[in-house]
Design a binder for this molecule. Sequence first.
Ligand SMILES: NC(=O)C1=CN([C@@H]2O[C@H](COP(=O)(O)OP(=O)(O)OC[C@H]3O[C@@H](n4cnc5c(N)ncnc54)[C@H](O)[C@@H]3O)[C@@H](O)[C@H]2O)[C@@H](O)CC1
Ligand SMILES: [K+]
Length: 484
Amino acid sequence: MKILTGAQIKEADRHTIENEPISSIELMERASNSIAQWICNNVEKDYPLLFLTGKGNNGGDGLAVARILYHAGYNCSVHMAFDKEQLTEECRYNLERLPSGVTSSDLENISGNTVIIDALLGTGVKGAIKEPLLPIIDKVNSLRNSVISIDLPSGMISEYGNKNQKIIKAGITLTLEFPKLAMLLPEAGEYCGEIKILPIGLSSQYISNEETSYHYIAPGFIGEIKQTRDKFAHKGTYGHALLICGARGMAGAAILATGSALRSGCGLVTTHIPAEERYAVNMVYPSAILSLDDESYFSGLPANASKYSSIGVGCGLGQAPQTADALKQLLVSVYKPVVIDADALNIISDHYKMRHNIPAGSILTPHIGELKRLIGEWTSEEEKIEQVKRLAANLKSVIIVKGAHSMVCLPDGNCYFNSTGNSGMAKGGSGDVLTGYITGLLARGYSSEHAAILGVYMHGLAGDKAAKKYGTEGMNSRDLIKYL
Ligand SMILES: NC(=O)C1=CN([C@@H]2O[C@H](COP(=O)(O)OP(=O)(O)OC[C@H]3O[C@@H](n4cnc5c(N)ncnc54)[C@H](O)[C@@H]3O)[C@@H](O)[C@H]2O)[C@@H](O)CC1
Ligand SMILES: [K+]
């Protein structure tokens, strides 16, 4: 699914209105019906609804939703931040249609069970928030009430520039047609709470012609790239993954990576670990083959390293000087993509020249700390993304920036944001599971691009299933393997 900018979405609205038999008011009504339907399905009628409305079309959405839900039997009140004369035409039209039973609220004495529907600002926001919206946003953020934002949490700028922005803190954001880039970035993404994308039928012709380098990984795309399994396959059909991991005391990382590789569908998995750690891996995953290192760290290449269909390196690897030498030897001698994680990334950051040895098509999986070591500090999200794009192009490799909505940056500059996963995955070992799984997918025959996209999506989905079973506090990285 494409992620369009606020300006592109405005243009998509305009194109739809000009080229399809639908007026601006009707499009707003369609969006509002979609929002109202979601609220009907998810909020009990016992909860009073308080709508905060601005003067633009986001406010128009709010007023239309208030009308629809009032007729559906909800107790609705509205706090309008502006006078009638200041409203856009669409917004005023919806104010005039508001039933008299929808009361007016002055924002005082809001009961604790009131659900606040935030329709102050949408994609039309520009720059720092001005009066009279500032105190309203402060007031809402000081309350403990549930907040549902329409399209965007009010104040959020659709793309960049949210560092010091005043934004409503929503529990749920019902965003229209597309997620917005800022929702997926750490700078302000937290303000959205849960994101629900509601289609409103903008012109599909316009959307397909519009260019963007940002995409949201939707289930439909995953269905398109997923490969089928041949009935007459044998263990040689789906490749042999090699994982190089686990220095002394770090067998856990090797176990997690091995377990997830075994879930990827590849034919064989070999794990290269220090001989002294072999029993741990062997006991948990007898299906894996072991390649043993005589040292208590990665000190030399496994025999015939080039015979493997894919190689993943880094989980629990340590940074011994001999390991750095062995890593260099690996990168210069195998002519195939390598999945590079954790300590392997740290070694590459410390040995700048080594990055020139990374085979094209490799997949680097840094978390934010590892990314900083690779590219240095950044001052804005925009700068970070531009630098990641530059690194991916220079290395001709895929870079996965791990975190909420992990970003998969391809060498051609296209960035795919993950739609699955949860905060329960922010725990030790989750990255090892991802590395093992992606290495397995590469062996299985996926391209680097598809292995990375499918990998982050399935990894996040497993996390969501684990969270359902154990909760985000209780789940741990080993649970992810069960659900892959
Ligand atoms: N036909 C359409 O155009 C549709 C629009 N839709 C809704 O319309 C929204 C976009 O509407 P608009 O473009 O009217 O914009 P908004 O409703 O987001 O608000 C724009 C208004 O906010 C004011 N404003 C901008 N920056 C501000 C700041 N920093 N501090 C205080 N006030 C500020 C502007 O003066 C302007 O009047 C979408 O987010 C969506 O909710 C949907 O109803 C779908 C159809
Ligand atoms: K809003």
